[in-house]
Design a protein around this ligand. Structure first.
Ligand code: SAM
Length: 234
């Protein structure tokens, strides 16, 4: 009997993540999937970062975004107190733990499989109870507040933009409240209205503010990450 062909899902295309893309796989349209779910699934199957994440045991391709950001700024250190906002399914927390962080508290609307030693809350970050509970779990001022939160879009451009900016501003306010002097704030943001103002605002509170577009962030997305280092204190 001939052996069935090997699946290519766990091995990125030769030439690394950036080059040598294989012909994209097409999936049969399942009756239960909407066209947008189908498109997401096809993109996922053909995405070298998603394949690499599966092969390396990361719960999400987002892990590579934080890996690249931390390789550059080096804030995930053993002994650091870290808060992860919007952590599901857990890729960023996995990277933090891998880099020696043992004191980490995170929150998401969605349930998250345990990731010891991380403390995980399932609740809305904008709930006034959330901040105090995260602080209590961390047991002291934070060295790092990182947020990859992104609300579900409703399809109305202005509404979606306002919701996203609202979450980012709430994360920035929380960072200013909980960080110790010298601390670091990392947040997902989107190019366009509001982000420039946010950067301007952060520059008053942090020694340096940088805009980063990691390789794993889809090039066709307006997603960027803002890394603010050297918190000046309250
Ligand atoms: N960083 C994660 C990782 O590495 O696996 C991926 C985060 S995912 C891009 C964005 C997350 O933000 C979603 O899981 C979503 O549920 C969460 N989120 C959106 N709004 C939120 C809110 N108000 N409170 C808590 N989590 C929220």
């Amino acid at each position: 009997m001939t052996e069935p062909p090997r699946k290519r899902m766990v091995k990125p295309p030769s030439g690394g993540l950036e080059g040598g893309r294989a012909k994209p796989a097409r999936l049969k349209t399942a009756k239960q999937r909407t066209p947008s779910q189908q498109a997401w699934l096809e993109r996922q199957v053909n995405d070298p970062f998603a394949a690499k994440a599966r092969a390396m045991g990361y719960r999400s391709r987002a892990a590579f975004k934080l890996t690249e950001i931390d390789d550059r700024f080096r804030f995930l250190k053993p002994g650091a107190r870290v808060i992860d906002l919007g952590l599901a399914p857990g890729g960023w927390t996995q990277v933090a733990i891998e880099r020696g962080v043992t004191n980490i508290a995170g929150v998401d609307l969605l349930p998250v499989e345990p990731l010891p030693p991380a403390h995980i809350l399932q609740m809305d970050f904008t709930d006034p109870e959330c901040g105090p509970r995260l602080k209590e779990l961390l047991g002291g001022a934070a060295d790092v507040v990182m947020s990859d939160m992104a609300p579900n879009t409703v399809g109305h451009k202005q509404t979606d933009h306002l919701r996203i900016m609202g979450l980012i501003e709430a994360a920035a306010d929380f960072a200013r409240e909980v960080l110790k002097p010298g601390g670091v704030f990392v947040t997902k943001a989107f190019q366009g209205g509001g982000t420039t103002e946010l950067i301007g605002d952060l520059k008053r509170h942090f020694a340096e503010v940088r805009n980063v577009k990691p390789k794993a962030s889809r090039q066709d997305s307006s997603e960027v990450f803002i890394v603010a280092t050297g918190f000046k204190g309250r």
